[in-house]
Design a binder for this molecule. Structure first.
Ligand code: CP
Length: 370
């Protein structure tokens, strides 16, 4: 049984299979209208969503399956009475064949997958990752640019808290010839753990910049992101940074004729409405691609679960060597945004790729061992 907690739970071949299936779904939707007959998807959203929740629900209904949903799990579920994510996942596993979960805490989807007994899809875990948005993004780049390699990609906005960016950059590590231009205010730079765990080990070419104007003419893909107001502790910092980058018609005049403009949405004002009419604007195409890719993903994970209902592959915890359990229990992750910090009953899991440096498997922050 496979879950999708982190985009690197899928290899390049599997990503291509999903893109191919999603393209086929777009061409021949009738072929897939009974692919998940009798199956139930639970959408468990502790944070607001328009696209992700509704596209998952639309995807499952279009595959012939059913949906049970908790749109506001934080306030209307037994979480309000203190029920943990892991207990909730155990319970929902009795009602559904697959779960899509969004939560404000980093690693919440991994916690759900660790104790749940059905496949779990990470629909966004705090400021950490959002792998199914990356599926939509990859299909959009593949369709619009005709390739996933040899591209200069500018990612602009909130690279610190923007979970879509973290998953997207991880996915780019699977492709060659990608040059990243990371454009953000200094305070919202890409987190060190993403550089150390993905960018550096894969020798990815990148530069960091504070200016979109300076680089816009070089970019094949302009990936704009919202400044993530809900993750700021200091509202004055948000007020200062919220209009850091605004892509408008004047700026688009300096962009390449064949570049594409992407945004995971929702936008606030980082892309002016006038850009919507530009043929290079692809953000509403991303939305449509997201639904098809989620259909392909649900179908794939349910087929895998049918083949192997017991075995589990749970993200980073299954891709790297684990600190043995008795030793792991002596440590706690110090990241206040990690699910293991707010829900101490969650089993601590620390992993290492090099046998020396350990990271929390939930939020990927480095653990200092004595
Ligand atoms: N892109 C995205 O995750 O949108 P929602 O927050 O509306 O789901």
């Amino acid at each position: 049984m496979k879950s999708l907690l982190d985009i690197l739970d899928l290899d390049r071949k599997e990503l291509q299979q999903l893109i191919d299936t999603a393209s086929d779904i777009r061409k021949f939707p009738g072929k897939y209208s009974h692919a998940c007959d009798g199956k139930i998807l639970a959408t468990l959203f502790y944070e607001p969503s328009t696209r992700t929740r509704m596209s998952f629900e639309s995807a499952m209904l279009s595959l012939g399956g059913g949906v049970i949903s908790m749109a506001d799990a934080e306030s209307s579920s037994s979480a309000k009475k203190g029920e943990t994510v892991i207990d909730t996942a155990r319970v929902i596993s009795c009602y559904a064949d697959i779960i899509a979960i969004r939560h404000s805490k980093e690693g919440a989807a991994l916690a759900a997958a660790d104790k749940g007994t059905v496949p779990v899809i990470n629909a966004g875990d705090g400021g950490h990752g959002h792998p199914t948005q990356t599926l939509a993004d990859l299909m959009t780049i593949c369709t619009e640019k005709g390739r996933m390699e040899d591209l200069t990609i500018g990612v602009a906005g909130d690279l610190k808290y923007g979970r879509t960016v973290h998953s997207l950059i991880s996915a780019f590590s699977l492709y060659s010839g990608i040059k990243l231009v990371l454009i953000s205010p200094e305070e919202l730079s890409l987190p060190r753990y993403v550089i150390d765990s993905v960018v550096t080990p894969n020798h990815m070419e990148y530069i960091e910049s504070r200016s979109l104007e300076e680089h816009i003419g070089d970019l094949d893909v302009i990936y704009m992101t919202r400044i993530q107001q809900e993750r700021f502790e200091d509202p004055t910092a948000y007020g200062r940074l919220k209009d850091s980058f605004i892509l408008n018609g004047a700026l688009m005049a300096s962009a390449k004729d064949d570049c594409i403009v992407m945004h995971p949405l929702p936008r606030v004002n980082e892309i002016a409405p006038e850009v919507d009419e530009d043929k290079r604007a692809c953000y509403f195409k991303q939305v449509a691609n997201g639904r098809s890719m989620r259909m392909a993903l649900i179908k794939m994970l349910l087929e895998e679960a049918q083949k192997d209902p017991i075995g589990k592959e749970i993200g980073l915890a299954s891709r790297a060597a684990r600190l043995p359990e008795p030793e792991a229990k002596k440590h706690r992750c110090k990241n206040e945004r990690c699910i293991t910090y707010s829900e101490p009953s969650t089993e601590p899991i620390f992993v290492t790729e090099d046998g020396r440096h350990y990271r929390c498997a939930y939020c990927e922050r480095t653990l200092a061992l004595k």
